[in-house]
Design a protein. Structure first.
Length: 532
């Protein structure tokens, strides 16, 4: 397997045991999502990646991606970014509720605390940031550590903004579906444009007009700041995030990791193609359709087909930031979410039903006979069951349970990630089935074989649940964090999303194909047994 520049570089290539083949179902992602954009003095496009806790620089002509602040560095969950005149980089760490500076000498400090810190800009020595919450604020930040000065409060979710040629700040009032402006010294805001597609960025093209991405409609709008008149520059798809300009050229980001250039009205070309941000849990249905949970997005892949969007945070009926899934019927899934719910979701009908709620850091989920649902609660070390509409506890006292699987005989298996083992639940107790593992995550059962993805050893293992014999099917896989790096803990995004803690998923199809969430590189892998 080969790897593209940008997100992940493998020390050695992946390897498989005799009798197996390895292929990608989806291509690797070059970015871990794409959020805030900013053009640097070097002419490169700097992109903040919440999911990857990194900032990368992209050459706008070649598309070459270089990590500027890599995963494992000082920055956590950056959503937006800006440079000052001295080359200091300021980022809003949205999951940390703070603003951080990264200096050219490598030192870094938190300089302000803001609730769901999101937009940030710099203008004539003034650093301005805002809060993506209902009733949020826009503030001027004292770069020497003093208290922020409030420019405007009680805003319905302010997002990426810019100072216009008139010296006023133009910003999306996202929940109002409008664009407002205000003087930098405060005052009453004015409405510039309304009836949009849920704007999440406002930037000024060098020619003086506004370019605004619409996260819900997926359109990029050109707006006259004097009249509010608007026209569509491009329609790229829901999930757009931000805008920057390079010598008059317009580039826009998409949460899924793409960066497009708008070369003419209605014409776009990708600078960086979209991809998976994580991915997380995987599920395979009896119809052979593969489900990929990718947090705020979810996809399905029909046999021999390409990934199609099943839903996202801005589509009706989406159950929330999805962590794991199991197929229950064609087009129907039971999922765990970062909102601490277990839900039955029908993407085509755009509806979901909450089956259980009020838990803390839900992870793996599986379904057994008679609709029995088992799920793991990592924070409190428990495995729970939903049966007959009631929730009961199967086991407690586990160390970071992640993946769960139900065998054909009803046995419940749990990947106890914090203890480096897989257990089976018997009489309310956890009995060790496989030990001496690194960090087991996703697991699945097929017949008398249990399959495990261990993100510390970077292996997929096959365990005979009868004899206990184990075999390594694949090694050196692009799973977990890069060698020597501790993955950042990403907290909640206000009340929009709970903690974005990862789960490296694994599932097995009826033909014996093992699908693995290659979360290090942002792809899904398929391990297939060779025909005998």
């Amino acid at each position: 397997m080969t790897y593209q520049s940008g997100r992940y570089q493998a020390a050695v290539p992946a390897a498989v045991a005799p009798g197996w083949t390895l292929a990608r179902v989806t291509p690797p992602s070059r970015l871990a999502g794409a959020n805030g954009l900013r053009t640097g003095k070097d002419g490169r496009i700097y992109v903040a990646q919440v999911a990857g806790s990194q900032v990368s620089a992209i050459d706008p002509d070649t598309g070459v991606v270089e990590a500027f602040s890599p995963l494992g560095g000082a920055i956590t969950g950056p959503d937006d970014l800006v440079f000052d005149d001295d080359g200091n980089l300021y980022v809003t760490e949205i999951t940390e509720n703070q603003v951080r500076v990264l200096r050219p000498n490598g030192t870094s400090d938190v300089i302000a605390e803001l609730s769901v810190a999101n937009p940030i800009t710099y203008h004539q020595g003034r650093l301005i940031a805002g809060e993506l919450v209902m009733g949020g604020r826009i503030v001027e930040i004292d770069r020497n550590g003093g208290a922020p000065r409030v420019i405007l409060g009680d805003i319905p979710m302010v997002n990426a903004f810019d100072v216009g040629p008139d010296g006023k700040l133009y910003f999306p009032a996202q929940a109002a579906n409008e664009i407002w402006r205000i003087g930098l010294d405060g005052g009453a805001p004015e409405v510039v444009a309304k009836d949009l597609g849920v704007p999440d960025s406002v930037k000024f093209h060098p020619d003086g007009y506004i370019v605004s991405t619409q996260v819900h409609s997926g359109q990029v709008l050109r707006i006259d700041p004097r009249t509010g008149d608007k026209s569509v520059l491009a329609d790229i798809g829901p999930g757009l995030d931000n805008v920057t300009f390079v010598n008059g050229r317009t580039f826009v980001s998409h949460i899924t990791g793409s960066v497009h250039e708008i070369v003419a009205p209605g014409q776009v070309k990708p600078l960086v193609d979209k991809g998976l941000q994580w991915p997380l849990g995987l599920a395979i249905g009896a119809d052979g359709v593969l489900f990929i949970a990718d947090g705020g997005f979810a996809y399905t892949v029909a046999p021999g087909g390409q990934p199609g969007l099943a839903g996202m945070l801005f589509t009706p009926g989406y159950p929330g930031w999805v962590r794991d899934a199991v197929a229950t019927a064609p087009g129907e899934f039971v999922v765990t979410t970062a909102s601490n719910t277990v839900a039955r979701w029908c993407p085509a009908a755009q509806e979901h039903e909450v089956l259980a709620s009020g838990y803390d850091l839900l992870m793996g989920v599986d379904i057994g006979s008679a609709g029995r649902i088992v799920f793991a609660e990592a924070q409190h070390g428990r495995v729970l069951e939903i049966a007959g509409g009631q929730v009961s506890e199967l086991a407690s006292g586990l160390s970071e349970p992640r993946g769960v699987a139900i065998g054909g005989d009803g046995t419940v298996y749990v990947a106890e990630s914090g203890a480096g083992r897989v257990v089976k639940i018997s009489g309310g107790k956890a009995v060790t089935l496989v030990d001496a593992l690194g960090e087991p995550q996703g697991i699945a059962v097929r017949g008398d074989k249990l399959y495990i993805v261990d993100i510390r050893s970077r292996q997929v293992l096959e365990i005979d649940v009868i004899s206990g014999a184990r075999a390594v099917i694949a090694s050196e896989l692009p799973v977990g964090a890069p060698a020597g790096v501790i993955r950042k803990y990403l907290g909640s995004v206000g009340d929009m999303c709970g903690p974005m803690v990862t789960l490296t998923g694994l599932t097995v199809a009826a033909d014996g194909t093992i699908y693995v969430a290659a979360d290090a590189e942002g792809s899904v892998l398929a391990l297939r047994p060779k025909p005998s």
